[in-house]
Design a protein around this ligand. Sequence first.
Ligand code: NAD
Ligand code: UGA
Length: 441
Amino acid sequence: MKVTVFGIGYVGLVQAAVLAEVGHHVVCVDVNADRVSQLQQGIIPIYEPGLTPLVEANVAAGRLEFTTDAAAGVAHGEVQFIAVGTPPDEDGSADLKYVLAVASTIAQYIETPKVIIDKSTVPVGTADKVKQLIQHGLRQRQQDIQFDVVSNPEFLKEGAAVSDCMRPDRIIVGTYDERPRDTIRELYEPFNRNHEKLMFMDVRSAELTKYVANCMLATKISFMNEMANLAELLGADIEAVRRGIGADPRIGYHFIYPGCGYGGSCFPKDVQALIRTSEQHGYKPEVLYAVEAVNVRQKQKLMQLVQRHFDNSLQGRTFAIWGLSFKPKTDDIREASSRQLMEQLWQAGANVQAYDPQAMEEIQRVYGVRDDLTLVGTKEAALKGADALIICTEWQQFKAPDFDLIKAQLKHAVIFDGRNLFEPERMQRKGFAYYGIGRGE
Ligand code: NAD
Ligand code: UGA
């Protein structure tokens, strides 16, 4: 099948590579000429496990191409994916300018029947807007070409994006009518073999499903963070509580890990966007307000622990930070808890010595060169001469460190652990002042 994907970010590039891998011929279009040129030269602009060999193999096989030529992109695919960003607007609602720009492009160049698939996360009613824009464009061009708009939200997780796309839990498809269903079935057939994963529904429900899924997951995290703070006050250990509640299959173990707040390009923006959507319809979403507020507060948690330990005297101190990405196995630092922490430390006059296995280039790109930020090549180098260690991301390589070395390198044997990697009692026995999240006072 001939497929075009607009937007070669985390979602578009992974989806395109996976579709090419199963045999579709995929042309990717992006307005970012640097990104397209990098990909044409075989440079993969994002870190995602398993992605590089997949892209290389499919480019070599002639099934995966990259271009800035939107007209050629529209001409190529009977299926046209919209996989561009939907960042938060000033008021928190989803900014649809990139999605609508792609719709206008399709309206400008469409010559043959198309199924237009909205993969981006978009508020309810966006497919209607895309449809209207294309209808309007066709009327202006005095053309009558058949097209369908379908909502097909993406549920992949960064760090596991390739395997999530290869083996999706479910494929949600919102359509206005029956017409595009055969095309969608054919497109996803290779991913739908073992049991039926395709779930057809109306367009609005499909659009809402995406937001409800992300907001439910964010709610679980904020609830656990709230309980962690309470456990701390009560002298209880949230990790014991987590295991205790997770054993109930009605609750389950997923997404109940307390920590230094959720980040990434999706939960923060999608919770805010659903809040705005609710408000625009005259409804106050009390649970979502709380989810957001708890997360904002939780992202200050590490800084509060640091300030308390050092009696608010941080001027001139140096802190080692392990982990800068918003979660392990990605180089993505959008809304990462580490960033808020670093910015607060800088404001308090402290220096940061940081290490991350993948995200340091991104941090350098965002913050540039500054005296109070040193990015180092190993986790051990980050410790040298620092006043304390702060862990923001649970990369595997941080889970069993050489504690003697940590002690020898740090000025003070203090660890602030935003991901609860270690047991407080063991850390105490090793002679550390150890602060986790919700592990009792
Ligand atoms: P991204 O920012 O990584 O990539 C978006 C790409 O779209 C960029 O390369 C940009 O240059 C390109 N673009 C912008 N306007 C364009 C246009 N007119 N034509 C062609 N290309 C254009 O975004 P992302 O993280 O891949 O997210 C894309 C969408 O998918 C968002 O709505 C997001 O909420 C959703 N989503 C993201 C994830 C994730 O884990 N990142 C998971 C599920 C859903
Ligand atoms: C999330 C969803 O999991 C995906 O299903 C969805 O497609 C995606 O958003 C999206 O719409 O973009 P992602 O943001 O890549 O995926 O990463 P998650 O694994 O969900 O983690 C998000 C944040 O929550 C991270 O900062 C992580 O540290 C935090 N988290 C996660 C916790 O604090 N506790 C947990 O138990 C789980």
